[in-house]
Each structure stands twice: as structure tokens, then as C-alpha cells.
Design a binder for this molecule. Structure first.
Ligand SMILES: NC(=O)c1ccc[n+]([C@@H]2O[C@H](COP(=O)([O-])OP(=O)(O)OC[C@H]3O[C@@H](n4cnc5c(N)ncnc54)[C@H](O)[C@@H]3O)[C@@H](O)[C@H]2O)c1
Length: 282
């Protein structure tokens, strides 16, 4: 019998798991006993992440290489995962990139648009397709896709990203119907602004304004990768089987804020406070 809040001996595949939200998610899955398959573009980074997780939590973990948008590479990675760790019980479709060049539609190269759909949407489709047969055989599976607040609201200059993240919503809902009677759930999370190393670099380079988005976010700060990982790990637990087809915002209230001009009072929580209070980032 599966324990409702544990993932012992369950193989959890995290795409784009070498860093950022994916790595934090892999960490949270390992914290509740899951064996971890890190899939990423660079094998050494994936293996390094897997080694750190294995050393910290004593679970089986290994790194695998695949570009999630490449059909043959995804099939090969899943074969290698099953061979090394066992059949997947949890799949987190996390691999993704931020919009490399902000541009209005009238100026956007078609290749930039295509790339967004290929990595985020086709990648989630391909990995889900590769994982579902084993989940059906086991009668258990948890698929968690990563959408974004940009799958729920609009912002200019990011049409490819927004279209891909909105399409993830559609993929998740229809997939949830297909697998619901097989012991499998499919859900998505929609993060707001999350302070990953990648975005820290963009902040340091002046490409993003921390205060602008912290003020726009009702809780008055950005989120931490570990906060997203905790939610995904909850959705992945055996006991979360009645959550299916849900799109869960995790954005400090960003998408429900009616009028961004309304004064919500001074911002109090700093990122350092949050890290210290909850032991995140350690
Ligand atoms: N950081 C945020 O504020 C934020 C907000 C909402 C949603 N998201 C989403 O969360 C996910 C993770 O983002 P992050 O901020 O942790 O990014 P990140 O850049 O820190 O990490 C992304 C990881 O995905 C890998 N990756 C990229 N393209 C890949 C491909 N084609 N195949 C395999 N691996 C690939 C990268 O090598 C990297 O390890 C993405 O889907 C992103 O769109 C992020």
C-alpha cells in the first residue's frame, strides 16, 4: 500500500531539473522519499544535481540528457530512466526557457514563437506520452505541468511564452480526463515571479526590476523555487488523488489582484526574511 504523504520507491522524473524550480522540486520530492530522475540539456549538470540530492536525502537519483522537444531523445531518456531507476510514477514537466527577446507580435521572428511552443508544450506532451503507459500498468501516476501567471493573464512582448503556458492549461485539463480512471492525475501549477538563479542574474543585469513585480504582487515579494517545489510535491503525493485537472496559481495573489493601483499598505516581507523564517535556500 502507498503511504498517502510519501513517495518511497516511486520514481519521480523532473525535466529541466538541474537548476531553478526543477531542482527545488526534485529536492522536495526526495525529501518525502522519492527516487529522482533529473532530465536536462547538459548531462553533467543533470548528474551533478542528482548526486547532490542523493547525498542529502539518501534516495536513488540519476541524471539523464534530453532536449524535451526532441521526440527520439525523449523516448531514449525514458528508456534509460526505466532501465536505471525503474518505471516512472511521478512526472514533472518543468523544462522551459524565458522569452529570450521581448518583442511585439509585429516584430517577433517566427522561430522565437515556434521555440516556445516546442520546449514548453511539445516537451510536456512528449514526456507525458512516454510516461503514461508505465503509470497505467502500475495503476498510479502523478503528472504535474508548469504553467505560469502568463498562462492566466496577459503581458505584452511575450506572446510565444504566454501561448505555450496557456496551452499547458488545455493539455493538462484534457489529459486529466484521459487518465482519471487509471489512478493517474494531471494538474498544473501557475507560478508568479520566482527568484531563481537565472532571474537573479537578470535582476543584477538590470533586465528586470525586483521592486516593480514585488509591489504588483499582493504579498509584496517574489516567490522562492522551494515554495513551488512544495506545492508540486503535495500534488505528487499518493493522497492527493482527488486533485485532478486543477490549475493552481502560486503567485502571492498576483492573478486575483483587481486593481494594481489600490494601496495594499507597505511591503514588509523581504526575500531574506522568508528564507530565514522557513529555512529555504539552505
Ligand atoms: N522563474 C519564474 O519566475 C517562473 C515563473 C513561472 C513559470 N516558470 C516556469 O518554470 C519552469 C522552470 O523555470 P526556472 O525559472 O526554474 O528556469 P531555469 O532557467 O532556472 O531552469 C530551467 C531548466 O530547464 C532546462 N531546459 C531548458 N530547455 C530545455 C530543453 N529543451 N530540454 C531539457 N531541459 C531544458 C535548463 O537547462 C534548466 O536547467 C519553466 O517552465 C518556466 O517557464 C518560471
Amino acid at each position: 500500500m502507498l503511504e498517502r504523504d510519501r513517495l518511497d520507491q516511486i520514481v519521480c522524473v523532473v525535466t529541466g531539473g538541474a537548476q531553478g524550480i526543477g531542482y527545488a522540486t526534485a529536492t522536495e520530492l526526495a525529501r518525502i522519499g522519492g527516487d529522482i530522475a533529473i532530465v536536462d540539456l547538459d548531462l553533467r549538470n543533470a548528474e551533478g544535481a542528482a548526486r547532490r540530492i542523493s547525498a542529502r536525502f539518501g534516495v536513488n537519483a540519476a541524471g539523464f540528457v534530453a532536449d524535451v522537444s526532441n521526440e527520439a531523445a525523449v523516448i531514449e531518456a525514458m528508456r534509460a530512466i526505466e532501465h536505471a531507476l525503474g518505471a516512472p510514477g511521478v512526472l514533472v514537466n518543468n523544462a522551459g526557457i524565458m522569452t529570450p527577446r521581448l518583442a511585439f507580435v509585429r516584430d517577433m521572428p517566427a522561430a522565437d514563437f515556434d521555440q516556445m511552443l516546442a520546449i514548453h508544450l511539445r516537451g510536456a506532451f512528449l514526456f507525458s506520452r512516454a510516461a503514461i503507459p508505465a503509470m497505467e500498468r502500475a495503476g498510479f501516476g502523478r503528472i504535474v505541468n508548469i504553467s505560469s501567471v502568463m498562462g492566466l493573464v496577459g503581458l505584452p512582448s511575450r506572446v510565444g511564452y504566454a501561448a505555450a503556458k496557456t496551452a499547458i492549461v488545455g493539455l493538462t485539463r484534457s489529459l486529466a480526463m484521459e487518465v482519471a480512471r487509471k489512478g493517474i492525475t494531471a494538474n498544473a501549477v501557475a507560478p508568479g515571479y520566482i527568484l531563481t538563479e537565472t532571474l537573479k542574474k537578470r535582476l543584477a543585469a538590470g533586465q528586470l526590476d525586483y521592486d516593480l513585480y514585488a509591489e504588483r504582487t499582493p504579498v509584496g515579494r517574489w516567490g522562492l523555487p522551494e515554495e513551488i517545489g512544495r506545492l508540486i510535491a503535495f500534488l505528487a503525493q499518493p493522497g492527493s488523488g482527488f486533485i485532478n485537472g486543477a490549475i493552481v496559481p502560486i503567485d502571492g495573489g498576483y492573478t486575483v489582484r483587481g486593481d494594481p493601483g489600490e494601496d495594499l499598505g507597505p511591503r514588509s516581507a523581504t526575500m531574506a526574511d522568508v528564507e530565514r523564517l522557513y529555512g529555504f535556500g539552505q
